[in-house]
Write a new protein. Structure first.
Length: 578
RNA sequence: CGGGAAGUGGCGCAGUCUGGUAGCGCACCUGCCUUGGGAGCAGGGGGUCGCAGGUUCAAAUCCUGUCUUCCCGACCA
């Protein structure tokens, strides 16, 4: 592509609306433009990059034997009512009516549609296993779209759905996709981790997320310093043998009221009474599917609502408001405690199992209790894992220390089991002649989000540094003196040579000053720059520059053809690509 | 949905407090000049200041309402 014929509006200044680096650079380098909150147009450069990502994803999915399909964006409400998600999915599901007043939605995901398709088409175990995928537009009406392509409302997703005759087959399909995802993210050149994850709204029995490591990531991931354990914070198990720093006495003294005026928070009580936060218990009051419940957790920990939701099978969970807290405790907010509490259930974190001599709210304004013995004083409904792990906690696998990293979720694999096939009555005839439900899995990749994530991980003060595998152009030829015929002739020869090799080249043949061209090409993140100028020609050389390492080599013109391929190979190797 | 900020040529901003009919930089067009890290000079085009209503002789500026965007939180494959 000749730059003089290309359309790529670059900006010198950061757009006011962008906060994170990838968002700024995507706009500045001319890849995307915003149409509305969370809705973006892809300009030619952005579309080229997107196409490269899609190509890799498609090649790897095809290699694994998955079959590409294309499912409708507009979906009838009936399917969603059948699966139960029409009411459950919430406002993220964009709904509308057609001219006949029928309810529809724009697909945020396609489990319903694919299950409906398969239940009508696949009748025999002989047709299984089957894995169908598509790469196209999803719409989720996010409460708060943000960070450019990171959290859009409209975005491109690769979603795949596997159908197996039994659990064993389903796990095989799952592991196959797990392996495919590793291949995909390696080929793209991302630094990432696969972590154990919560299943959320999609549901199902277990899942892994693929997280690109970046400080701006929205998710916290927990990794072990010693073994391979890695998990989303939402899912990470707290080892229940973890010892609270509590002095355990054989006998615990009786509960004793203590005056704690105006001390509502754990920090305040801890300071006022001069005791460690770990000796204080927090009692958090929630409304879970219409019932009052209390969660009792160590004072130094945070409640993990995802864990509470999934282990108690709660659909709707929210904190009790001030009025409700007063109704439950009979006192002001800040003095709730688990003793004689007027709730439907009291769930105590496993870490508190058997703990004595703790401090808790007394359900009386300005008072706390000393000498709380959980077993003696609390009517515990159940002990469950309710809190987030902390850094330095022991690894649930090997006991070594855990540490936190920030990650951007770019892929997610779920083992769904029979969740959707049962809900939608999708069955086949197995070899024993009996009807059975399909055992399903689903597998998503945020294709557009990958572009953001790649930039968050690879940039410098001059702009984007694209991995060569997804760079919109792999090589840029910068002709510095376009009025010099020798420069232009050589540039054209190089351009034709590289293009004939199937390499995507941007030839900057614009009538601009050299500095202007350098700035543009750097900003756009093109991995290899070939600089051809009068100055170099006088010495009989051209220059190759590696965008990532800034390394520049001078190559005699006669050796260009062999050297460029060698240089290119080295660039790919540096990225760990092949 | 709660809290905060902001809407002025394509982009980035000033002007608003203290009303008097819109300005700067970049970009764009023309010409000259320049050419190894976003050059310079000269000339030029483009906006009735998010929208609606109100106050006033007069509103970008004051008042009311509304829409949009961004940030924090809640939420979230």
């Amino acid at each position: 592509m000749r730059f003089s014929k290309f359309y790529c509006p670059t900006l010198k200044e950061d757009p006011a609306e962008a906060e994170v680096i990838s968002h700024k650079l995507l706009i500045r380098a001319g890849l995307i433009r915003k149409l509305s909150s969370g809705i973006y147009s892809f300009l030619p450069l952005g579309f080229k990059c997107l196409s490269k990502v899609i190509k890799i994803v498609r090649e790897e999915m095809d290699r694994a034997g998955a079959l590409e399909v294309m499912l409708p964006v507009v979906q009838p409400a009936e399917l969603w009512q059948e699966s139960g998600r029409w009411d459950f999915y919430g406002k993220e599901l964009l709904r509308f009516k057609d001219r006949n007043n029928r309810d529809f939605c724009i697909g945020p995901t396609h489990e319903e549609v694919i299950t409906d398709l398969i239940r009508h088409e696949v009748k025999s175990y002989k047709q299984l296993p089957l894995n169908l995928y598509q790469i196209h537009t999803k719409f989720r009406d996010e409460m708060r779209p943000r960070f450019g392509l990171m959290r859009c409302r409209e975005f491109i997703m690769k979603d795949a759905y596997s159908f197996d005759r039994d659990n064993e087959g389903a796990e095989k399909s799952y592991m196959q996709m797990y392996d495919v995802y590793h291949r995909i993210f390696k080929r793209i050149g991302l630094k990432y981790r696969a972590v154990e994850a919560d299943t959320g709204q999609i549901g199902g029995s277990f899942s892994h997320e693929f997280m690109v490591l970046a400080d701006t990531g929205e998710d916290t991931i927990v990794v072990c310093e010693s073994c391979e354990y890695a998990s989303n914070l939402e899912k990470a198990e707290v080892v229940s043998s973890y010892k609270l720093d509590t002095t355990q006495s054989e006998k615990c003294a009786n509960l004793q009221e203590v005056y704690t005026p105006q001390k509502h928070t754990v920090a305040e009580v801890s300071e006022f009474l001069g005791v460690d936060k770990t000796k204080i218990v927090k009692t958090l009051l929630y409304v879970a599917d219409g019932k009052y419940v209390a969660f009792v957790i160590p004072g130094d920990r945070d409640l993990n609502e995802a864990k509470a939701r999934s282990s108690l099978k709660i659909n709707d969970l929210r904190m009790a408001n001030f009025e409700e807290v007063k109704e439950i405790t009979g006192c002001d907010v800040g003095y709730a405690g688990p003793v004689s509490l007027n709730v439907d259930a009291i769930y105590v974190d496993k870490l508190l199992l058997g703990k004595k001599d703790l401090i808790c709210g007394a359900n009386k304004t300005d008072y706390h209790f000393r000498h709380l013995d959980i077993e003696r004083d609390v009517s515990v409904t159940d002990y469950i894992d309710l809190v987030n792990v902390l850094e330095q906690d022991p690894c649930p696998r090997c006991g070594a220390r855990l540490k936190f990293l920030k990650g951007i979720e770019v892929g997610h694999v779920f083992k769904l089991g029979e969740k959707y096939s049962r809900a939608m009555n999708a069955k086949f005839i197995d070899s024993d002649g009996k009807e059975k439900y399909f055992v399903m899995g689903c597998y998503g990749i945020g294709v557009t989000r990958i572009i953001s994530a790649a930039i968050e991980q690879n940039y410098d003060e001059n702009g984007i540094i694209f991995p060569p595998s997804i760079a919109p152009f792999e090589v840029a030829i910068l002709s510095l003196d376009i009025k010099n015929q020798e420069v232009m002739k050589l540039s054209e020869d190089f351009y034709n040579y590289l293009t004939d090799k199937g390499i995507d080249v941007l030839w900057d043949d614009r009538d601009e000053r050299p500095g202007f061209k350098f700035k543009d090409i750097d900003l756009m993140g093109i991995p290899i720059q070939v600089v051809i100028g009068k100055k170099g020609l006088d010495e009989g050389i051209v220059e190759f520059k590696n965008r990532k390492t800034k390394e520049v080599v001078k190559i005699p013109i006669s050796e260009f053809e062999e050297k460029i391929l060698e240089f290119r190979e080295n660039v790919w190797k540096e990225w760990g690509l092949f």
